[in-house]
Design a protein around this ligand. Structure first.
Ligand code: AMP
Length: 288
C-alpha cells in the first residue's frame, strides 16, 4: 500500500491511474478504523479498480471544548487494517499540509439551510468545517466516486448538495449503517464509553426498534413515536446520565420536521451518555 502525506503526490497517483484507464474509489475518514469504515471500503472495492482512503482528523470541524485533542488516533493499527483489506493507497496529510499556518483564515464552504438543522443547531461551524475539508479532499483525490456512511445522514446529505452545487465531478455514494451485535451504531467515539455506559448505549438502537415496531402497528403520530423513543432512552436506572440533545422526525432531504410517520421519513437523534455524544438514525421502511 502506498502512503502519501503530500497533496501533490496523491494527486499524481490518481492522475497516473486514470491515464491507465483505472476507476478510482475514495473513502475519507478520520481514522481509528472499525467495521463501519471497512464496509465503505468494501463497497468501493466492488465498484472501482483503485481504492484510496484518507485519514485526517480535521481540526476545522471541532468546536471549542469538543474532543479534537483526545479524538482517538491509531495510525499503525489502521495501516494494518487497510493493508489487510487491500486498499491501494492511504492519504495521511498533516494539518499544515491541508491548511498551511492559517487554518482560521482559510476559504470555507457553507452549505445553507440543511447545515443549520439537527447536529448543526448544536455544533455551530461543524458542517462548515466538514464541507470545507471534504471539498479540499475531493480536490486532492479527484476520484470517480467517494463513499460516505448513512450513520452521519446529515453529513452525506450536505456533501451531496455541495458536490452538486459546486459542479464537483464525483459521484457520492452513501452506504448503510454498520452496527455492533447489540445494535449500537459503530463509531470511533464508542471507545470513550465506560463498560456500563457501553451497555446503556444500545438504548439508542432499542428505541429506534421500538419506533419501527410502533410504525408496523400503524402508529404514525410523531409525538406518540417520540415519546416511545424518549421513554426507552430515559428509562431508569441510568436516567440522570442520559440526555437527549435532539430527537427529530423529518424529511430525509430537507430535514424539515414532519408530523406523520411515512415510509422514507428520517428519525435522527443525538444523545449524551455522560460526556459522550452519540448519534443514530433510521429511515422508515429500511432494514434496521
Ligand atoms: P469518521 O472517521 O467518523 O469521519 O467516518 C468516516 C466515514 O465512515 C463517514 O462517511 C462515516 O459516515 C462513515 N461511518 C462511520 N461509522 C459508520 C458506521 N457505523 N456505518 C457506516 N458508515 C460509518
Amino acid at each position: 500500500m502506498q502512503i502519501y502525506k503530500k497533496v501533490s503526490d496523491v494527486r499524481n497517483y490518481v492522475i497516473l491511474n486514470k491515464k491507465e484507464g483505472k476507476t478510482i474509489g475514495f473513502v475519507p475518514t478520520m481514522g481509528c478504523l472499525h467495521e463501519g469504515h471497512l464496509s465503505l471500503i468494501s463497497m468501493a472495492k466492488e465498484q472501482s479498480d483503485i481504492i484510496i482512503v484518507s485519514i485526517f482528523v480535521n481540526p476545522l470541524q471541532f468546536g471549542p471544548g469538543e474532543d479534537y485533542g483526545k479524538y482517538p488516533r491509531e495510525l499503525e493499527n489502521d495501516i494494518e487494517k487497510l493493508k489487510k483489506i487491500g486498499v491501494n493507497a492511504l492519504f495521511h496529510p498533516d494539518v499544515n499540509e491541508m491548511y498551511g499556518d492559517n487554518m482560521t483564515g482559510t476559504t470555507y464552504i457553507e452549505v445553507p439551510v440543511i447545515s443549520q438543522k439537527l447536529c448543526g443547531a448544536y455544533r455551530p461551524g461543524h458542517f462548515r468545517g466538514v464541507a470545507t475539508i471534504v471539498a479540499k479532499l475531493l480536490n486532492c483525490v479527484p476520484a470517480d466516486k467517494a463513499y460516505f456512511g448513512a450513520k452521519d445522514w446529515q453529513q452525506q446529505l450536505i456533501i451531496k448538495k455541495m458536490v452538486h452545487d459546486l459542479n464537483i465531478n464525483m459521484k457520492i455514494v452513501a452506504c448503510p449503517i454498520i452496527r455492533e451485535r447489540d445494535g449500537l451504531a459503530m463509531s470511533s467515539r464508542n471507545e470513550y464509553l465506560a463498560p456500563e455506559d457501553r451497555k446503556t448505549a444500545a438504548r439508542l438502537y432499542e428505541s429506534l426498534k421500538a419506533a419501527a415496531n410502533a410504525y408496523d402497528k400503524n402508529i404514525t403520530d410523531v409525538n406518540e413515536i417520540k415519546s416511545i423513543i424518549e421513554n426507552i432512552i430515559q428509562k431508569e436506572p441510568r436516567k440522570s446520565d442520559l440526555k437527549i440533545q435532539y430527537l427529530e422526525i423529518c424529511d430525509p432531504e430537507t430535514l424539515e420536521a414532519v408530523d406523520q410517520l411515512t415510509r422514507g421519513v428520517l428519525i435522527a437523534m443525538a444523545v449524551f451518555i455522560g460526556e459522550v455524544r452519540l448519534i443514530d438514525n433510521w429511515i422508515i421502511g429500511q432494514n434496521l
